[in-house]
Ligand binder design. Structure first.
Ligand code: HEC
Ligand code: HEC
Ligand code: HEC
Length: 218
């Protein structure tokens, strides 16, 4: 009696198909964002006919570059890569001002320094949205610290409310601590490559103007 079973070579095609589908599976997996429908978000009256007429957030937002936090959209990227083109002004006479200047905050204990990029804020906001109500227009004069931010002041007026949340420490604390920066004699300097959120190499240090680390010219 011959018990030898005919050896069958395993078929390769099921594996091939799986391999071909893998990128699609990974992509589908990567974007598992979901948003509450207007009727279920607790802000809109589910009985109102407007709920039927308005677009649900998920329908619009799923087309935009993903973020893992907040409202799940990387807004700076969405604007810069032309996914969206918001109207910059209502009246033709309104002036749109952009400023390309980084402000570096270095009083950060054991956390990386904080870079505030003007450019990617002024692409959304007017100078007066911050200067006046929130920040003085001179680096180092507003008494900002992490407590005020967590209490909803300064950066916390927007971050955690309408801009990315405060749990994203390293989006603000994005500059490796470098004590040679603290010993610089100039308040303003050209410092390339500090942070992934840096727009301009022009940086001003947020320390009082008469701080001993700055040379005070007579
Ligand atoms: C929206 C921006 C922003 C985010 C997000 C943020 N910080 Fe800060 N943080 C600041 C600013 C601005 C300062 C003040 C720096 C200065 O005055 O030089 C600061 C200061 C600090 C300090 C210094 C001590 C103090 O009380 O000021 C610590 C520690 C700190 N942050 C920790 C954190 C941690 C941990 C997280 C995440 C849970 C975080 N920060 C998220 C902006 C931010
Ligand atoms: C999202 C908030 C925000 C907006 C919008 C904004 N700024 Fe600022 N600006 C800051 C912060 C934060 C500082 C640092 C304040 C501090 O340290 O006290 C600053 C500082 C400055 C300084 C001081 C620089 C120095 O050398 O000391 C100037 C000038 C300035 N801003 C001009 C502008 C202009 C012009 C616009 C509009 C085109 C503008 N800012 C829009 C947040 C903002
Ligand atoms: C008046 C509102 C407002 C204030 C005040 C404000 N921000 Fe922002 N910030 C925004 C908006 C809006 C965006 C763009 C949307 C987003 O990234 O969530 C943004 C984006 C950023 C980005 C870029 C994120 C990216 O993906 O490129 C950084 C970094 C940042 N803010 C840091 C700060 C720091 C630090 C402070 C305080 C010194 C501050 N912001 C104060 C509204 C504000």
């Amino acid at each position: 009696m011959n018990l030898a079973v005919k050896q069958r070579r395993p078929r390769a095609w099921p594996l091939l198909i799986l391999l071909l589908c893998l990128p699609a599976l990974v992509l589908a997996q990567a974007d598992n964002r979901s948003w509450k429908a207007l009727a279920e978000d607790g802000d809109h009256d589910p009985g109102s006919p407007a709920v039927e007429l308005k677009q649900d957030p998920g329908e619009a937002l799923k087309l935009l570059p993903p973020d893992s936090v907040g409202n799940q959209v990387r807004w700076v990227q969405a604007l810069r890569e032309n996914y969206i083109e918001p109207r910059a002004k209502l009246y033709p006479s309104t002036e749109v001002n952009l400023l390309d200047l980084g402000v570096l905050f270095t009083d950060t204990a054991n956390m990386p320094f904080v870079l505030f990029p003007h450019r990617r804020h002024t692409e959304w906001l007017d100078c007066k949205n911050c200067h006046g109500p929130i920040f003085k227009e001179e680096a180092g004069t507003t008494p900002v610290n992490m407590f005020t931010v967590l209490m909803g002041e300064h950066c916390g007026r927007c971050h955690g409310a309408v801009a990315f949340p405060l749990t994203e420490c390293t989006r603000c604390h994005s500059v490796k601590q470098d004590y040679s920066l603290l010993r610089r004699k100039e308040r303003e300097m050209v410092l390339p490559g500090l942070s992934p959120y840096q727009d301009s190499d022009q940086i001003v240090l947020a320390k009082p103007k008469n701080h001993p680390m700055f040379e005070t010219k007579p």
